[in-house]
Structure formats: C-alpha cells, structure tokens
Design a protein around this ligand. Sequence first.
Ligand code: JHZ
Ligand code: ZN
Length: 402
Amino acid sequence: MEYKKVAECRVCGSKKLTKYLDLGEVPLANNLESPEKKYPIEMLLCEECSLSQLSIVVKPEILYASYPYHSSVSQTFKKHCRSMALAVKEILLKKSDLLNHMAVDIASNDGCLLQEFKEEGFYVMGVEPCKELAKEAEIKGISTVDDFWNEDTFKRVPACDVITATNVFAHVDDVKGFMELAKNKLRAYSKGIIVVEVPYMANLLNYVQFDTIYHEHLSYFLFKPLHRLFKDMGCPIFRVDQVPVHGGSLRIYASPYDYEIEGSVNEMLLSEANSGFYDVQTYGEFAENIEFIREDLPFLLFSLSEEGKKVMGYGASAKGISLLNYCEVDYTSIHSIVDETPAKQGKLTPMSNIPIFSFDAFEREKPDYILLLAWNFAEELIKKTKHLGAKYIVPIPQVVII
Ligand code: JHZ
Ligand code: ZN
C-alpha cells in the first residue's frame, strides 16, 4: 500500500474525526519526476483537540523520493532565519555561560537556517533525508546526516542546546516519537530548548490559504493541539510568537527544563478559544470560500487568454502547483512558470503540464500578467519583476489584479 488511512488523531488519539473538505485526487506537489500518480486530499477535524489533518499518509519514501525545494532561494526566508538564530541565542545566553552552543536542525534542507546559526557562533549539524540537499549543505560547510529523524540518526547527532524544526513538524506522522527523540537530545546544563515553526491554521482559515493543503502537510496546527502535545510529552511550550513567513506561522519555544511560561502562551490559547476555530461550522464556511477562488481563477485566466494576453506564473511552489490542480488550470492558460531553483527548471508541473523556466524567460517572453504562485513572497517577487511592466494576479485570499 502506498498510503495508509488515518483512523485516529495523531495528537490526542481521538477517533472522532469529521471530514470537512474534499479536494479530489491530485499528484504529489513536489514530485516533478513522476507526476502520473494521484492521491486523495481530504481534511479531517479532530473534535477533541481541533487538529486538522489529512485523511491519508503517503509513505515518506514515495513522498520525498525526489525533493527539489531549496530554502535558500528566497532572501526573505534567509532574513527570517537570521532573526530566528538571534532570538534563540538571546534565550540560551540567559540560562548558561557557554561560549559556543550546539544547534541541530531537523529537515535542514540546504542548510539555510544553520548557516545563520553558524554566523552567530553556534556549532551546527543538520539532519536531512534528501541526499542531494544534504550533499549541498555539506559543500557549504554544514555537517549533515542524510536521513529522516529516527532512532538511528538520533545516535549520529551530538547532545545539543537547541533543536530546530521549521516547516517539518506538519510533515510528521509520529509526532510523539519525533518529540521524544528531540527532547532526549537536549543538554541539561544549558537548559536546552526545542524551537518549532509551523504554518498557522488560523491564517489558513482566515486567508483561505487552501493551496497549502497538500500531501506533505499531514497536520495543520492551531495552537491548542500543539500546546497539548508538548505538555503531554513533558516539554511544555514557554513562549509562542507569530511570524510572517509562509503566509503566517507559529514559532514555539519549548523545553523539559525550568522556563517561566510567558504571557504569550495563555494569550494565544484565549484568543483561539474566542475565535470559533474549535467549531466545525467555521470549517464549512472555509470550504465555501475556497469555491470562490476555484471559480474566479480559471475564469480570469480563460478571459485573459481569449483577449490574447500572455500569463506566466512566478514560483513553482508546492502550493502553486496544488492551486493550479485544485482550480483545474493548465498549460492552455499559463504559458510557463519561472522559478529560480535550478532543480525545478526544465521540468513540467504535475497534471497541469506547465514548463518551468529560469528567470531569463521573463525577459524573453515579456508576459502581460504574472500569476504570483508564491504569494507568500509577493513583495520579493514583485521587486524583482517590476521592470517588466506586467500586471500581477494575486490568487489568495481572493483573486485580484494589482
Ligand atoms: P515556497 C514550502 O512550500 C516547502 P512551497 C514545504 N513544503 C513547506 O512546508 C512550506 O514551504 C511551508 C521560488 N522563488 O517557499 C522558490 C523564486 O524562484 O513559497 C520556490 O520554488 N524566486 C517544506 O513550495 C518557490 O518560489 C524568488 O525570489 O509552497 C517558493 O516556494 C522566491 C522568493 C521564490 O513554498
Ligand atoms: Zn485530536
């Protein structure tokens, strides 16, 4: 079997899972090599802890067989990583007098985050299952264990003062096993911490970011289930920040050692409780909002192509590829997509069959419209293409031309 069905909530074990969204069957968004296989996308809400989760888990060996995503392509993301390294350093320095702390990053990709920790004087080590990415990080001087985070890799990394896991926690099925191993790597002397970043479900709901729903993302976290999970694991969250990256994420700081719980934790729980996010009706409204985008985007693109306008996409992001598939948009209305990740160039998007080109395609093709498929980096993308004089289509939270 290439995937398993989810029978109980991975955070609280409840079997009361209510289906609230069905987006049909689509290929794996980051697999540009073998796009023919499709798998269902359905969202379930746990009635007990309010964790949203996909109804299936595709085998990681299939899901990550080829993984072209490189964190370092975005300058915005690099800056974000720098601010994280600084924030972590400040916390650790308050607890111990160590001159050099040790940071381990799980799913370290091309070493983007660890480079910033290194700049701040940390010893660093990455854990990254994609062999190619691990090799690239090694070349940049970031020691990297090239496998998933498991009992075996656990033995291959040193005890450390901080474990970071950004944009990987939502990808993990056995979140408790993941946490247990991470917790056991933290040094007592320095009062080690775990720092996790996940896209925030509240933003997904409020800003109709349904394109961020794809097979890699098994869980969609509100703060409540995260808070519960970390508490159950003996590693309570002592601080939570909202950070703007990837359409709005939660950054949580947790530790098995004695940290005073900051006000942000209770504030976040309170604000969620008053928001309606624990109420299944909210999810019905979200599903309705998705339908507006699924109608508007193909209609706009069809009318532009009738008028003879050339539309190109910017950012062959996993969310962009998912958006096109959910809206049934393909090469007949999008000429091509520019993406500055060499590993994506020369490939076709799965199902929609749109060619992916390097940046010079913009200069060559002179599009009338640019569809911002990586809308989370809109500012950076617009800055780089302003000189082309094209108009921009922003698809999320509603389809608009700017
Ligand atoms: P981007 C990623 O999803 C990866 P994706 C992952 N699945 C995850 O969990 C979420 O984030 C949260 C390109 N680009 O980062 C690079 C340029 O070409 O929005 C990327 O291919 N030039 C682990 O894939 C894409 O756009 C640029 O200047 O949806 C952006 O993808 C910039 C800024 C980006 O995430
Ligand atoms: Zn639950």
